[in-house]
Design a protein around this ligand. Structure first.
Ligand code: SAH
Length: 262
């Protein structure tokens, strides 16, 4: 796939801008945005990169308008350099998939590059120790594009193998009950001692102290879970990480203890 960087007169960059704070954006993301004539995204993402937008044509879009946004980006990229931005990584519940589908359907040929970003899973995990040290799964509870029964089957599949699960889109006004439902599924497979972390606005404005509880105590923090949070449900080997008496986060041992003495 040719990179627009090599042919800077036109092309499309699909850019993950990371969790929010500018220092967590990759150098490549900042570079391609600064080279773009047009930057397209929704308000909250564009606000978080405001210093990079000076002198650019900025097209603000809103949630639910992803297909229009993708079409506009493709149309403009015929003759301009265009960045379409997503939070975290654009390929993880972001714009990359839909832009490529629309592009494929349009039969247009334009240079495209996907610029990866730090995901909410990575950002949240970094604030609570090392909960995702080995295999883990990521599941979104949004049933806008995936039927709820499919989400429930996937939750059972991953909980049944005992790996940590990162929950995206855990709760919103439109789906207040999906998180409680996911917890019911976890409880079918896990004991009440399994640790759970709720991380709100990781590495961006509004970051809150992560909440660390166990599956047995989760009712206490239900109200803290919203669409700005990522929830990490530990696996069968995960445990609370303490420093002295302080609860710091979650460790999921990768298995060194089975092989080495330390
Ligand atoms: N493309 C993004 C995910 C978008 S889906 C990525 O790679 O991270 C939106 C969901 O991601 C939110 O409902 C929330 O669950 C999670 N999320 C995104 N940014 C976050 C952040 N900074 N802190 C905590 N959760 C975040």
């Amino acid at each position: 796939m040719p990179s627009p960087a090599e042919r800077p007169s036109n092309g499309l960059w699909i850019v993950g801008i990371g969790p929010g704070r500018n220092e967590y954006m990759t150098g490549r993301a900042a570079d391609v945005i600064s080279r773009s004539e047009y930057v397209i995204g929704n308000d909250s993402y564009l606000d978080s990169i405001r210093p990079l937008l000076e002198g650019k044509q900025v097209i603000r879009s809103s949630m639910g308008k992803e297909i229009e946004r993708a079409k506009k980006a493709i149309e403009l990229a015929q003759s301009h350099t265009v960045s379409i931005v997503s939070g975290g990584d654009a390929g993880v519940y972001g714009m990359a998939g839909i832009v490529l589908e629309v592009l494929e359907h349009s039969k247009e040929k334009i240079p495209v590059e996907i610029v990866p970003g730090v995901t909410a899973a990575n950002a949240a995990a970094s604030l609570i120790g090392s909960p995702l040290s080995g295999d883990f799964a990521v599941i979104s509870l949004s049933d806008l594009l995936t039927p709820l029964e499919v989400i429930e089957r996937r939750l059972d599949a991953v909980f049944s193998v005992g790996i940590p699960v990162v929950i995206y889109n855990p709760r919103s006004h439109g789906r207040p009950h999906n998180f409680a439902l996911a917890i019911e599924h976890a409880r079918k497979f896990y004991p009440p001692t399994v640790p759970v972390a709720v991380v709100k606005n990781a590495l961006r404005e509004g970051q809150a102290d992560p909440l660390i509880v166990t599956l047995g105590e989760i009712e206490h923090i239900m109200e803290d879970v919203d669409m700005h949070t990522t929830v990490i449900i530990g696996g069968s080997e995960s445990r609370i990480w303490r420093m002295g008496n302080d609860v710091k986060g979650i460790i999921t041992p990768r298995g060194y203890h089975r092989k080495y003495v330390y």
